[in-house]
Design a protein around this ligand. Structure first.
Ligand code: NOJ
Length: 548
C-alpha cells in the first residue's frame, strides 16, 4: 500500500513555488516542481505522496486553516482546474495527493457561520458551539442577559479565554485557535452528514487521502466543564473536556467507511498531543478508524539516541492490532529540526543521522518541504511575522511558526528562485549558499543524501515493511537496529548504525550477526565496502546502512 511503503512530503503551498509573481506560492507552482519531487529517476527526490496544507478559500487569518468554502480554491492559490491539473500531473509521476481537511472549525466568514450567528433558530443555528454563558438569565421580554464565559477553555493563538461574545445572537461562540475560527458542533447530525459529503466530493475528484486537522478536538464535553489545571502543559490546562472526548472515535469510524469505499485512499489524523497512547487510539485496531495518527514524539526529543529510542518504543508499543506507525521530525507548526538540533559545523551531519533514522524505521516517513536542504528559517524580525501566534509570542523562538514557513530555497537568483517579487515571508539570508541547485551539484549534500535514502528505501523490502529489532547496548550514544524481511524465497537483513555523538565509537556486532556487513549507504564509507562486524569503528555522526 502506497501510504505504508512510501515517503510523504508535506508542502506548505504559500511557500513552495510562486508561479504568478505575487510573492505567494500556488498550485501551479507545485505542478511546475513535480519533477523535483519525483520524475521516476534517482535524480529526483522520489517521494510517493505530497500532503498539501490548506489551499481552500480563506480569509487567511490562520493562513488557510480558517476555511470559508471547503469546495473552492482560494484565488491566491489558483482554481479548481489548477488543482485538477496538479492531481493529474502528480498521478502521472506516481505521486499521490493528500489534502488537508480542517473540519474542527471554519472561518468566521464561512456562510454557515454568518447564518448561524444571526439568530438562535436559523437552519445553521446549531452547527457551531454556542453558549449563553454561566449564570445567564432570561429577562422579562425573553431577552438573554449575558452570563460569564462558560468555562476556562483556552484559545491557543490568542492566549486568552476561547469564548467570544456575539452581540447579535447574544451568546458566546467557541474558538480555541483564534476568534476567527469558530468551532463546529459535531454533535449535530446534519453537520456531520455535510462533512461526510464533503469527503466524498474530494474523493470523487480523485484525491488519494486526507490529513485531518486536530481530529481529537472535534467533540467537546456536553456539560462544558472547565479543564483542570496542570503544570505539565504550556497553557496550564489538562485538556480533558475540550479534547479527546470518547465520542470522537465514531467520527473516525464513519470516515474510514467512506474512504475505504474508494480504492486505496487513506487518512492521517493530526492528534494534537505528545501522548503516543492517546494518539494511537484514533486508529482503533488499524482497520476500523484512522489509517494513521500522527506521531509527534520526535518533535519534542532532544538530540539523544536514548531519548529517541525510548520514544520509538513507546510509539510501537502503543499501536494496536494492525495500526501502522509513522515518524516526522518537522512540520509547519514547529521549529524545523535543523534548527532544533543545530550544532555549528556539525548541523548537516546531525540532519543526515535524522534523515537516515526517518527512512529506516518501520513506519511511514513524513518529510517537511526544505528539510532535505536543512533549511532553518533564518532570522525573522517582529515586523516580518505573519502568523498570529509567532507575532504574539515574539521574541520567543520556541513558538515561532513563521520560521518553519519561509520560502523554499530553489537557487541563488533573487528571492531564491521562489518568486519574481518580494515573498510574503523573507527568504533565509543563507539562500545563496543553501539551495536546491547548490546542493544538487554537491555529491555529499544533505539533499543528495535524502535522495539516496529514499531511492534505497524504494528498492528495499526490509526498509519498507521488514520487522525491526533494536540492539540496545550501544545506547545512549549510538542507535543500532536491524530490519529483516523474511519470505519464502529470501531473507534480507539490514543493520542500521547511527552515531548521535561527536566521538568515534567502537561497535562489536558479533553477538547479533555472524556475517560481515556490506555497505548499502553511509556517510563515511563507500557503497559495497565490507565492514568487519566484530570490530567496527564508527566516526562521529556516522550513518551506516549495511546488508548482512
Ligand atoms: C493545527 C494545524 O497544524 C495548525 O497549523 C493550525 O493553525 C491549527 N490546527 C488550527 O487549524
Amino acid at each position: 500500500m502506497w501510504w505504508k511503503n512510501g515517503v510523504i512530503y508535506q508542502i506548505y503551498p504559500r511557500s513552495f513555488m510562486d508561479s504568478n509573481g505575487d510573492g505567494i506560492g500556488d498550485l501551479k507552482g507545485i505542478t511546475q516542481k513535480l519533477d523535483y519531487l519525483n520524475d521516476g529517476t534517482p535524480n529526483s527526490l522520489g517521494v510517493d505522496a505530497i500532503w498539501i496544507s490548506p489551499f481552500f478559500k480563506s480569509p487567511m487569518k490562520d493562513f488557510g486553516y480558517d476555511i470559508s468554502d471547503y469546495r473552492d480554491i482560494d484565488s491566491m492559490f489558483g482554481t479548481i482546474e489548477d488543482f485538477k491539473e496538479l492531481l493529474s500531473e502528480a498521478h502521472k509521476r506516481n505521486i499521490h495527493i493528500i489534502i488537508d481537511m480542517v473540519l474542527n472549525h471554519t472561518s468566521d466568514q464561512h456562510p454557515w457561520f454568518i447564518e448561524s450567528r444571526l439568530s438562535r433558530d436559523n437552519t445553521k443555528a446549531d452547527w457551531y458551539i454556542w453558549h449563553s454563558g454561566k449564570n445567564a438569565k432570561t429577562g422579562e421580554d425573553g431577552e438573554i442577559i449575558r452570563g460569564k464565559r462558560p468555562n476556562n477553555w483556552f484559545a491557543q493563538f490568542e492566549l486568552k479565554n476561547a469564548w467570544w461574545y456575539d452581540p447579535d445572537r447574544k451568546q458566546f461562540y467557541l474558538g480555541t485557535f483564534t476568534r476567527h475560527q469558530p468551532e463546529l458542533n459535531w454533535r449535530n447530525q446534519e453537520l456531520r452528514e455535510e462533512m461526510y459529503d464533503l469527503a466524498r466530493y474530494w474523493l470523487d475528484i480523485g484525491v488519494d487521502g486526507f490529513r485531518l486537522d486536530v481530529i481529537n478536538w472535534f467533540i467537546k464535553d456536553d456539560q462544558f466543564r472547565s479543564n483542570p489545571y496542570s503544570l505539565k502543559s504550556i497553557d496550564l490546562q489538562k485538556h480533558i473536556y475540550d479534547r479527546n472526548r470518547p465520542e470522537t472515535i465514531e467520527i473516525c469510524r464513519d470516515l474510514r467507511k467512506i474512504t475505504d469505499s474508494y480504492h486505496e485512499r487513506m487518512m492521517v489524523g493530526e492528534v494534537f498531543t505528545d501522548n503516543a497512547e492517546l494518539a494511537s487510539e484514533y486508529c482503533g485496531d488499524g482497520t476500523d478508524a484512522l489509517h494513521m495518527a500522527f506521531n509527534f514524539n520526535f518533535l519534542f526529543q532532544p538530540w539523544r539516541a536514548d531519548k529517541i529510542y525510548d520514544s520509538i518504543i513507546k510509539w510501537y508499543d502503543s499501536l494496536k492490532g494492525e495500526s501502522w506507525p509513522n515518524f516526522t521530525f518537522s512540520n509547519h507548526d514547529n521549529l524545523r529540526h535543523s534548527y532544533r538540533y543545530r550544532k555549528g559545523e556539525d548541523t548537516t551531519a546531525r540532519c543526515k543521522v535524522a534523515a537516515a533514522l526517518l527512512m529506516t524505521l518501520r513506519g511511514t516517513p513524513f518529510i517537511y518541504y526544505g528539510e532535505e536542504l536543512g533549511m532553518t528559517g533564518g532570522r525573522l524580525r517582529r515586523k516580518d511575522m505573519k502568523d498570529p501566534l509567532s507575532y504574539r509570542t515574539y521574541p520567543l523562538k520556541r513558538f515561532c511558526r513563521d520560521m518553519a514557513r519561509t520560502p523554499m530555497q530553489w537557487d541563488s537568483s533573487a528571492n531564491s528562485g521562489f518568486s519574481g517579487v518580494k515573498p510574503w515571508l523573507p527568504v533565509d539570508s543563507n539562500f545563496k549558499s543553501n539551495n536546491v541547485s547548490v546542493q544538487e551539484a554537491d555529491p555529499d549534500s544533505l539533499l543528495n543524501f535524502y535522495k539516496k535514502l529514499i531511492w534505497l528505501r524504494k528498492q528495499s523490502v526490509p526498509m519498507q515493511s521488514g520487522d525491526i529489532k533494536f540492539y540496545q547496548e550501544y545506547l545512549p550514544g549510538v542507535l543500532v537496529f536491524q530490519r529483516e524481511a523474511v519470505n519464502q524465497t529470501s531473507n534480507q537483513k539490514l543493520i542500521i548504525l547511527l552515531n548521535f555523538t561527536e566521538s568515534r565509537v567502537n561497535i562489536n556486532l558479533s553477538s547479533h550477526i555472524r556475517n560481515d556487513l556490506k555497505v548499502l549507504l553511509g556517510t563515511h564509507r563507500s557503497d559495497e565496502q565490507i565492514c568487519i562486524s566484530d570490530g567496527l569503528e564508527l566516526n562521529k555522526y556516522e550513518v551506516l546502512i549495511g546488508l548482512c
